[in-house]
Design a protein around this ligand. Structure first.
Ligand code: ATP
Ligand code: MG
Length: 387
């Protein structure tokens, strides 16, 4: 009898012919995630097992695997032979001594000398003998003992399942560029698109000295927190000061944010292409602030010519985003009070209904606009995020 962790994957089982493609990426991500822990990974059809680890590592393995996208749930349990004595011994070691319970058994191999119902009844009976404080309740038990017999040599016995992160394995949906500010929203949008299987590069616009060194540190910290979901990635930092100063000099004040966001998107598209990313992601949320009205989004989106822009938070309430940022562990860092470059040269009343014509007119007054954009792209700093 040995301790094992049983893993179940999420939507991959819906995949037909390409299932192997998704499975292989998921296996690779699981192995990568468990790097540094002494254990063995076994991959069977539709069922993955972690075995051969020290008891003290179990908690750490579970905690790491809970953040692997593509896994639906896991259970820590026992692996034993398919004989009823072995199964009963395993069941006894996870069975509580009081309360109501049921045994749920399944068997993959129909040549076994018992049916699932016979096995469940037998094991249930033995547990009742062992603990007089137990009662059977098939409908709303306090706990369930699950027995999954695979073949004549192998049965898995476990109690509850723990939900994992769900989604699709990171890397299975291609690559994306996520715009990461130091705010609450964009770490959540980054998380959400990693969850749908994108391998992400992260992009941050930094306007030193208007935005401080601490603001940059904060974004690096957010990228590190997100690492457990994104895996190894790169954080690209764009020196954005000159672009913002030029816009500030020539733009109508209430178009400042609109033009800054258009410049960000232009740069983002170039960086995306440089890094082989097939889409751009941001944390915009319809109606949240002036730059996120339908008109503002239309005017900023129009500079993007070749790639789709994904806005996974577009229909969320702020409170829902806050809740998610707390759940993924980015909230406490996001609320640290360092300025984002969007708040530099902030006008008193930003345009909520900007037009394309007026935006382009302002931009045309910046004689070296194109050079400034290219220079910002060329001077990007690349920070590897590996933990
Ligand atoms: P957040 O909480 O993510 O900062 P926000 O509500 O403050 O969002 P905006 O400042 O309008 O909204 O930014 C909208 C989106 O634009 C952000 O979610 C992010 O994806 C991107 N963005 C804003 N500022 C930056 C920046 N300095 N670097 C990279 N991306 C940015
Ligand atoms: Mg912001």
């Amino acid at each position: 009898m040995d301790r094992v962790i049983i893993l179940r994957y999420s939507e991959i089982h819906l995949k037909g012919k390409n299932r192997a493609f998704f499975e292989n990426i998921l296996k690779r991500n699981i192995i990568e995630k468990l790097k540094g822990i002494n254990c063995r990974t076994e991959f069977y059809y539709g069922r993955y097992i972690v075995s051969d680890y020290d008891a003290e590592s179990e908690r750490e393995i579970v905690s790491r695997l809970k953040t692997v996208f593509g896994l639906y749930s896991l259970s820590a349990g026992l692996r034993t032979g398919a004989d009823t004595d072995g199964i009963a011994e395993a069941a006894a070691s996870i069975c509580k001594s009081k309360g109501s319970f049921r045994v749920t058994a399944s068997r993959a191999d129909k040549t076994l000398p018992y049916t699932s119902v016979q096995l469940a009844t037998e094991i249930g009976g033995r547990m009742l003998e062992l603990h007089p404080g137990l009662t059977v309740d098939l409908h709303t038990p306090d706990f369930t003992i699950f027995i999954d017999v695979r073949d004549h040599a192998t049965a898995y016995v476990y109690g509850e399942s723990v939900l994992c992160a769900g989604g699709m394995p990171v890397g299975s949906a291609g690559k994306g560029l996520s715009l990461l500010s130091g705010g609450i929203d964009s770490p959540v949008s980054t998380y959400m698109m990693a969850k749908r299987g994108l391998k992400l590069t992260e992009l941050h616009f930094w306007s030193y000295p208007y935005t401080s060194l601490e603001a940059k540190e904060k974004v690096i910290e957010l990228a590190r927190i997100l690492h457990k979901f994104t895996g190894d990635t790169q954080l690209v930092i764009i020196p954005f000061t000159k672009v913002q100063e030029a816009i500030h000099k020539y733009a109508e004040p209430n178009y400042m944010i609109t033009l800054v966001r258009r410049a960000m998107m232009r740069i983002a598209e170039r960086i995306a292409e440089k890094f082989g990313c097939g889409c751009i992601i941001n944390g915009e949320d319809l109606g949240q602030v002036a730059s996120q009205t339908l008109e503002s989004i239309t005017v900023t989106n129009s500079v993007i010519k070749r790639l789709p822009v994904f806005r996974p938070l577009i229909g969320f309430d702020k409170s829902e985003i806050v809740e998610r940022s707390k759940a993924i562990g980015t909230y406490e860092t996001s609320i640290k009070p360092y300025e984002d470059c969007c708040t530099v040269f902030l006008p008193e009343s930003p345009a909520t209904k900007p037009t394309l014509r007026r935006s382009e007119l302002s931009e045309s007054k910046i004689s070296d606009y194109e050079e400034l954009i290219s220079e910002a792209v060329d001077n990007a700093e690349i920070i590897p995020v590996t933990e």
